[in-house]
Design a protein around this ligand. Structure first.
Ligand SMILES: *[C@@H]1O[C@H](CO)[C@@H](O)[C@H](O)[C@H]1NC(C)=O
Ligand SMILES: *[C@@H]1O[C@H](CO)[C@@H](O)[C@H](O)[C@H]1NC(C)=O
Ligand SMILES: *[C@@H]1O[C@H](CO)[C@@H](O)[C@H](O)[C@H]1NC(C)=O
Ligand SMILES: *[C@@H]1O[C@H](CO)[C@@H](O)[C@H](O)[C@H]1NC(C)=O
Ligand SMILES: *[C@@H]1O[C@H](CO)[C@@H](O)[C@H](O)[C@H]1NC(C)=O
Ligand SMILES: *[C@@H]1O[C@H](CO)[C@@H](O)[C@H](O)[C@H]1NC(C)=O
Ligand SMILES: *[C@@H]1O[C@H](CO)[C@@H](O)[C@H](O)[C@H]1NC(C)=O
Ligand SMILES: *[C@@H]1O[C@H](CO)[C@@H](O)[C@H](O)[C@H]1NC(C)=O
Ligand SMILES: CC(=O)N[C@H]1CO[C@H](CO)[C@@H](O)[C@@H]1O
Length: 450
């Protein structure tokens, strides 16, 4: 079966309306983005009765909400910054999901949360810092990002593979023995951007350390002047056996980190690396149209994978802003992809539901949060080429978020130990926690036996 199940009403009511897009006109770009984002918000639970603030409906995982709010924030800042309804929607979602400790380890997610999940929310909290989005009083977006940074860094593990974070934080989650690019790449990206925003070399040095390790271990691999980026490797082989799948969002977070580092340091090493990732990133374009090559070719992309291009598109916009030497090449592909995406947004009962295949003439019958998010961000990326995109601020130039370098350092999830330590204030919950852990472990063993 090639296509997912589509309610018959959607098929019957396909309308002529589609998202019109004039690639050079601000109002047209914002109108297209609005239509697509409105479709995206159909999946949002936070404004529905009884729905969790910050969450999208099943089957969309928590991490994808983190990815989605980055795009919605970009839309708000670039197109609709006087809309207080939208501002509150974003603020409430981002604040609520930061959890009691304001480190994006909310209690609802803790038992299943991985480093990549926390990291992707960190990309969005960092974006809020850079776009000067109104700080909560209890904890600033910057302190939340610093908490994420401190916690992730404390999970750096030299026991296997000479470094790197594991994919998962907790032993009971499948993937605890895997080290991967998306988790470590998020730390690289956040460190790079904190370094630039705060003009603080400690963060830059961390970004260098993560990059060097990823290159040493082969997650980033140079060949013929290209930097190819692979998925990860298991510690059972001491990371010698690579999983060589290539995903657009890992290329995205790495090229964006390089772009920020180049802007901060002026060091041509980072410019070259951004160029080489871009060259290898041709893999994700069918001629000039972006696609998720590893799964889309066979129409096999899962729920998560259908959203990856949103981060890739957002990151290419940063690369275009900060690395002028590749800006015009990126422009060609972003424009073609945005045009393809817009014309794919012609399905569903609203007539503006986006498909997955941007080379296809019209809507290809696919739909979902990932399809909306990816189309939204490729269209917003157009602003990178006309000088109209909101530039990421720094602490001394436009930004106002309050720094707390110690945030997250007292977290109970900072160590890489196999146990969660229970602080005094959590004692009452300790019994329940133990029970949950036991069930998780027993459940896990049964699963393994089966
Ligand atoms: C946790 O989950 C419950 C049940 O789905 C929900 O009501 C609550 O809002 C969630 N809390 C957070 C922080 O998302
Ligand atoms: C403000 O944003 C909300 C949420 O996206 C939207 O429903 C509303 O139409 C927007 N208002 C205007 C005036 O565009
Ligand atoms: C594991 O890999 C690292 C990095 O390549 C290497 O330094 C270390 O010696 C290896 N350990 C073992 C036990 O092979
Ligand atoms: C960093 O980016 C800003 C804004 O685009 C630009 O004005 C500045 O020259 C860049 N710095 C470097 C070192 O490239
Ligand atoms: C790339 O686009 C061309 C032209 O639309 C099409 O024939 C080809 O099948 C596409 N390839 C993939 C992998 O989608
Ligand atoms: C996308 O659409 C193009 C044009 O119709 C088609 O040739 C190509 O096979 C499609 N791609 C996939 C993965 O089906
Ligand atoms: C950033 O936000 C602060 C607090 O809201 C505000 O005072 C400041 O003017 C903003 N900076 C810019 C460049 O708009
Ligand atoms: C730079 O960041 C590091 C790491 O968070 C922190 O320990 C240090 O105090 C910061 N330096 C300055 C000058 O703020
Ligand atoms: C990026 C940019 O220039 N955005 C502008 C587009 O136009 C709207 C009004 O339609 C402005 O509010 C945005 O600032």
């Amino acid at each position: 079966m090639l296509l997912p199940y589509i309610p018959i009403t959607l098929l019957l009511s396909t309308l002529v309306s589609a998202v019109d897009l004039d690639l050079t006109d601000n109002d047209s770009i914002c109108a297209a983005a609005k239509a697509i984002m409105d479709g995206e918000l159909n999946y949002y639970e936070g404004t529905k009765y009884g729905g969790a603030v910050g969450m999208f409906s099943s089957p969309y995982y928590w991490w994808e909400a983190g990815e989605a709010f980055g795009g919605i924030l970009n839309y708000y800042v670039n197109c609709d910054s006087s809309n207080t309804t939208l501002k509150e929607l974003i603020y409430n979602a981002m604040y609520h999901q930061s959890g009691d400790d304001h480190d994006y380890m909310p209690s609802n997610q803790t038992f299943t949360e991985g480093n990549d999940d926390q990291g992707v929310w960190g990309l969005t909290s960092m974006l809020a810092v850079e776009l000067n989005f109104t700080d909560p009083t209890e904890a600033s977006w910057l302190s939340m990002t610093q908490a994420i940074y401190n916690e992730m860094l404390s999970r750096w593990d030299t026991t296997y593979c000479a470094g790197g974070m594991r994919w998962q934080i907790f032993t009971w989650n499948s993937g605890y023995t895997y080290k991967n690019t998306i988790a470590n790449g998020c730390l690289f990206n956040i460190a790079a951007r904190l370094g630039r925003y705060l003009d603080n070399d400690t963060y830059i040095e961390t970004a260098e350390k993560v990059w060097d390790w990823m290159e040493d271990i082969g997650f980033i691999s140079e060949s013929d002047g290209e930097l190819v980026i692979y998925d990860g490797a298991d510690i059972s082989t001491n990371c010698t056996s690579l999983t060589t799948t290539k995903w657009s969002y890992t290329y995205g977070i790495m090229i964006q980190g390089c772009a920020f580092l180049y802007n901060q340091t002026g060091d041509s090493t980072w410019e070259t690396r951004a160029q080489q990732i871009w060259t290898a990133g041709a893999y994700f374009f069918n001629d000039t149209i972006m696609y998720e090559t590893a799964c889309q070719t066979n129409y096999k992309c899962n729920t998560d994978q259908r959203s990856f291009r949103s981060l890739f598109a957002r990151s290419l916009a940063s690369a275009a802003l900060f690395v002028p030497s590749i800006s015009s090449e990126i422009e060609t592909n972003v424009k073609a992809s945005a045009a393809g995406a817009a014309q794919s947004c012609s399905g569903g009962s609203d007539g503006v539901t986006c498909g997955i295949n941007w080379s296809y003439n019209g809507w290809d019958g696919w739909y979902g949060l990932g399809e909306q998010m990816s189309a939204l961000e490729i269209i917003l990326a157009l602003f990178a080429f006309d000088g109209e995109m909101a530039l990421p601020y720094t602490a001394t130039n436009g930004g106002s978020s309050t720094s707390n370098t110690e945030a997250g350092t007292d977290s109970t999830t900072t160590t890489n130990s196999n146990l969660i330590t229970i602080g005094t204030k959590d004692k009452a919950g300790a019994g329940i926690l133990t029970a949950v852990v036991l069930i998780a472990i027993v459940g896990g063993s049964i699963w393994m036996v089966l």
